[in-house]
Design a protein around this ligand. Structure first.
Ligand code: E4P
Length: 218
């Protein structure tokens, strides 16, 4: 399973990349705003800065909600760097834009996906990635992992090449469960990636090894 980091914070992206397990980055307008990045030129520059840290796909989201606007913005984003993936919302105009970009060889990430029907439409339109939002489904008492499971079944039934990019990840077990089901990618906050490293028996085991070494080597 590929690991993406879900942030626009350059320091966090660098930390995850330096760990050696990072395959890409996802951003969204809320994450850009959280970093205080505003104004078209600053936003475009920030995407380039991210691409210069990570050797992997970087999702950059369009703001327009009409077909022509999405095409214009998406083309501009795709021209920034070869690793940019144009992130497009799951709305009818977005589906048309995904189809257009697919025909042009521009890769897309269909975002704000909450049902198998939406995932099926996005795949048929030729999305490179489809992003089901786990945490936001869990928040409304809906089984988000069942959605990942159902998407895996449907995509495998028809051999869709669209990759399942589990998003809105809130904790390390989301990542583990997605890996068990067979999601292609999980995009995660840095804290959830780092939490996967931890186990109390690792900590106590290492402390014992080091103290035993000190006893005979000091
Ligand atoms: C990533 O592509 C999504 O925009 C992101 O994971 C949404 O996460 P949230 O539900 O925590 O805002």
């Amino acid at each position: 399973m590929k690991f993406f980091i879900d942030t626009a914070n350059l320091a966090e992206i660098k930390e995850a990349y330096d760990l050696g397990v990072l395959d890409g980055v996802t951003t969204n307008p809320s994450l850009m705003a959280k970093e205080g990045i505003s104004g078209k030129n600053n936003i475009l520059k920030h995407y380039v800065d991210i691409c210069n840290i990570v050797d992997g796909d970087v999702s950059a989201e369009v703001i327009a909600t009409d077909f022509e606007g999405m095409i214009r913005e998406g083309q501009e984003l795709a021209d920034l760097h070869e690793n940019i993936v144009v992130k497009v919302p799951m709305i009818a105009e977005g589906v048309k834009a995904i189809k257009y970009f697919s025909n042009q060889g521009i890769r897309t990430n269909c975002t704000l996906v909450f049902s198998v029907g939406q995932a099926l439409i996005a795949a048929k339109a030729g999305a490179s990635y489809v992003s089901p939002f786990l945490g936001r489904l869990d928040d409304i008492s809906t089984d988000s992992l069942q959605l990942i499971s159902d998407m895996r079944l449907v995509y495998d039934n028809y051999m869709f090449e669209t990759e399942i990019l589990a998003a809105s990840v809130r904790h390390p077990m989301h990542i583990v469960e997605c890996a068990k089901i067979g999601a292609d990618v999980a995009t995660c906050p840095l804290g959830s990636i780092k939490a996967l490293l931890n186990h109390p028996l690792t900590d106590s085991g290492l402390a014992k090894f080091l103290s035993d070494y000190q006893k005979t080597n000091s």
